[in-house]
Design a protein around this ligand. Sequence first.
Ligand SMILES: Nc1ncnc2c1ncn2[C@@H]1O[C@H](COP(=O)(O)OP(=O)(O)OP(=O)(O)O)[C@@H](O)[C@H]1O
Ligand SMILES: [Mg+2]
Length: 477
Amino acid sequence: MEPRLTCGSVLGGLGHAAWAQVKRGLTELMVKSVDGRIQEPHLVRLNGRIWLTRVMSYSRRVIDDALDELFPHLAAIAIEGAKGVGKTMTATQRAVARVNLANRAQRLVIQANPNYVVTLAKPTFIDEWQLVPDVWEEVKASVDGDHAGGQFLLAGSAGLDPAIRVHSGAGRIVSMTMRPMGLSERGLVQPTVSMRSLLGGEVRISGDSPMALPDYVDAIVSSGFPALRGLPPRALNTALDSYIQRVIHHDLEENGLSVRRPQALLAWLTAYAAATSTVASYNSILDAATPGDSEKPARQTVTSYREALTRLFMLDPVPAWLPALSPLKRLAQAPKHHLVDPALAARLTGATRESLLRGEGPARPGTDATLLGALFESLATQAVRVLAEALGVRLSHLRTRGGEHEIDLIIEAADRRVVAFEVKLSGAIDDRDVRHLHWLREQIGDRLIDSVVLSSGPIAYRRPDGVAVVPLALLGP
Ligand SMILES: Nc1ncnc2c1ncn2[C@@H]1O[C@H](COP(=O)(O)OP(=O)(O)OP(=O)(O)O)[C@@H](O)[C@H]1O
Ligand SMILES: [Mg+2]
């Protein structure tokens, strides 16, 4: 992919003396790109002046594998996901024509004539389609008339209000969810253990990871939002804070939810963040948000916040595994709590790189695990989710009703066979860490393709009992 020119700044800012040095080859110009790499800048001559442009290269995403495989055969794909995860960038790479419904002028034109979007050159990319829901029907009708692959990409950063009814588009418009960059997408380590191969069975496990615990903490607090890659700590924190503020003060409102007490919502979201990677009840989260407060928000109000935050993909809970045709009984149904990126949870709870490494963190309802353990599990969940989504397999967690047995992550292929993952912060894995995986094997036998412990350790290997131990950074597509 050619580097893309995105914005220019006048080179005059360098000063004439510096520019003269550049021309004489005495100074090299360098620009830091969004992914933190230093690159040569583009110099562009325009209107008789020389402009220095920031170079932005496109980092390939895991979802690109799925798009390569599917888009030639499917007429329309909708990419959904939280703000800033890279939907527009990824879809733009594949489009010939584009309309952006977040742009007011374009929106007004298309509101008046939604059919316009199906008349453009293909592939057509319709960004923020949910702002003019009629567009969905137009695409669906167009695809009904012509099934050829590769015609429409749609992107949306908010699910629709359930009050707005859109025909599901089943079979005509396929939805995929995009998330912040999973660990394997961040270019930190070359993965050696393939998720696709794990699902295929009989995979050899090997590889060394240079990442140690402090590196994983860095990965947690720096987030997977592509635009925030490589930012220095203070700018990063400011960007994450404004992401949270924008959701509370702007995005919810824009999606039809009036937030009367933003402070109460922030307190609730903070308590939710503290409950990351637990199945704490919503009552206990509300109590933690408003201790001793007799004027707690009504439970209904909190439910509507929660639904709206989920619709904006800010909350990204992992559902409980409720397998059909299985001998497993007495499974709990509560989802496991996660924000779309663990860096948001760290920011909300006031955790820093240093406090996490010291083992500090707020009290967490219903668990004595450390906040760092919870955020590492959340990082692993995001990493596995991104890979599972691209392969079209479902992700869930398993917990028996009394909590005697728990499996952190289960991915289930279409043939109902599963790979089970336990996430352990520790670098050294012992028999206690794999006991639930053995229990699951006894319960479901061959339906379990493989069992994996994701750790922060240095080496990928298979234990004598058959369980794979894989450093989280080594798990890739
Ligand atoms: N694959 C990528 N490689 C490099 N940079 C990227 C990539 N994807 C996104 N970015 C950077 O992240 C920024 C946000 O990405 P993008 O606008 O595509 O997100 P989005 O999901 O469409 O967000 P929104 O919901 O706010 O529209 C981009 O402007 C770009 O700077
Ligand atoms: Mg966008």
